[in-house]
Design a protein around this ligand. Structure first.
Ligand code: PMP
Length: 432
């Protein structure tokens, strides 16, 4: 019996968890095992972290070899050569021009790092006034104070959101007309003009960057309307505002291409990454930055401005670096992004088949990422919480958020396993 009186769990109703704990002791491929020996199908790739499947020997062996050779080096004083190799491999994968890579340990740290890069860039250009940021309702950009301010999740901001950077929120992109539409919504491109409203209200000269998730993930998978991201890019270009894509969920093949930037054909100035960078086997994040941004900050430092004083004890940790190098090789050698692309139509169709259930009020998605809404009970979020527990009992792990469910299978899932996921969903949802 595990004693639960000491650990303060993250993002969890601690008391409810203790009353009915769900404990995972093993993982392999697309399955977890709980402490009672039950196999559970992993319908969320962990937490969007593990597209190549759990416990890949290629990754675990690389990490253990690394730990036996060099376990730690303080990266800002004594770097390991592998970190440069990883940066080069990543820059070959990121969209053209985003060729400088800063390493972090999580998505939240990537977001904070990106905010600081934005500030440092404008400072270096002599436009230090551009401190205001624009983001979106129903966005999730992690839990650190800058990310909480950017996020459009009211609950997360209630207590912690008042002391971060000054942020203007655009509207989110979901609307009634999109219910069960599938793929990219046809309507809603004009919502990008909310950025123009922010510019009209505050002046472009006060705005440093616009942060968006290309697909809002954690708040229920909101797919951008056709032309929306292009329009944001045009407005940013016209007003000299940096465009940042938070690809912590969408990065590394989730939409069928290496990045959602590739899938939607829009190149931002900065991309934040984490999760699938190491297939979830080690904590690591990264920020990919346009060369011009890096050059501006570094050149200014060379002529007397402060250096970019930012970094972490564990930046480019050797074990995480080894995991990431092995993961990128696996993605390439096994053609996993192509596999995600070829599985996507089958997966989206299977998810859409749930629309006949009365409790389901919307299904939407793109690539191997889908969200569905449950008709809420009196207390919003109650059904979603119960569903996630009931699904686990029925042998399926997925993430829920409020009354929305999010499904994100591993790229190695077989069509049969996708069918199994959807049939467990159907069976469980029918009882509601
Ligand atoms: N940004 C986005 C878009 C995310 O989805 C997440 C995590 N779900 C984060 C940032 C924060 O990442 P982490 O939990 O690794 O700090």
């Amino acid at each position: 019996m595990v004693n639960m009186d000491y650990h303060w769990m993250p993002f969890t109703e601690n008391k409810a968890f203790k009353a009915d704990p769900q404990l995972i002791v093993k993982a392999d491929g697309v399955h977890y095992w709980d402490d009672k020996g039950n196999a559970i199908l992993d319908g969320s790739s962990g937490l969007f972290t593990t597209p190549a499947g759990h416990c890949r020997p290629e990754i675990t062996e690389a990490v253990s070899r690394q730990l036996a050779t060099l376990d730690y080096t303080p990266h800002f004083l004594r770097a390991s050569p592998a970190s440069f190799e990883l940066a080069e491999a990543l820059s070959q994968l990121t969209p053209n021009g985003l060729d400088r890579i800063f390493f972090t340990n999580s998505g939240s740290e990537s977001v904070e790092t990106a905010i600081k890069i934005v500030y440092a860039y404008w400072h270096a250009k002599g436009q230090g006034n551009r401190q205001r940021l624009v983001s979106r309702e129903r966005a999730y950009h992690g839990v650190n104070l800058g990310g909480v301010a950017l996020s459009g999740m009211v609950k997360n901001r209630e207590i912690f959101g008042n002391n971060g950077p000054s942020v203007v929120h655009m509207r989110h992109t979901w609307s009634e007309t999109q219910r069960f539409e599938g793929g990219q919504p046809r309507e809603g491109v004009e919502l990008a003009d909310d950025l123009l409203r922010a510019i009209d209200n505050y002046g472009a000269g006060s705005i440093g960057a616009c942060f968006v998730e290309p697909i809002a993930g954690s708040t229920g998978v909101l797919v951008p309307p056709k032309g929306y991201l292009q329009r944001l890019r045009q407005i940013c270009d016209a007003h000299g505002i940096l465009l940042v894509f938070d690809e912590v969920i969408t990065g590394f093949g989730r939409t069928g291409q290496p990045f959602a930037s590739d899938t939607f054909g829009v190149t931002p100035d900065i991309i934040t990454l984490a999760k699938a960078l190491t297939n979830g086997a080690q904590p690591m994040g990264a920020v990919a930055v346009k060369t011009e941004i890096y050059d501006t900050i570094i050149d200014a430092a060379a002529s007397g401005a402060p250096e970019f004083f930012h970094g972490y004890t564990y930046s480019a940790h050797p074990a995480a670096t080894a995991a990431a190098l092995a993961t990128l090789k696996l993605y390439r050698d096994d053609g996993l992004f192509e596999r995600a692309q070829s599985l996507a139509p089958l997966f989206q169709e299977a998810m859409m088949s749930l629309k006949d259930l009365e409790i389901i009020t919307d299904v939407r998605g793109f690539g191997l990422l889908a969200g569905f809404d449950l008709a809420p009970e009196q207390r919003p979020g109650k059904r979603g919480f119960e569903l996630q527990k009931d699904l686990f009992e029925a042998g399926l792990h997925i993430k829920t958020t409020g009354d929305a469910g999010i499904v994100a299978p591993a790229f190695i899932s077989s069509p049969d396993e996708i069918d199994q996921m959807v049939s467990i969903l159907r069976k469980t949802l029918k009882r509601y």
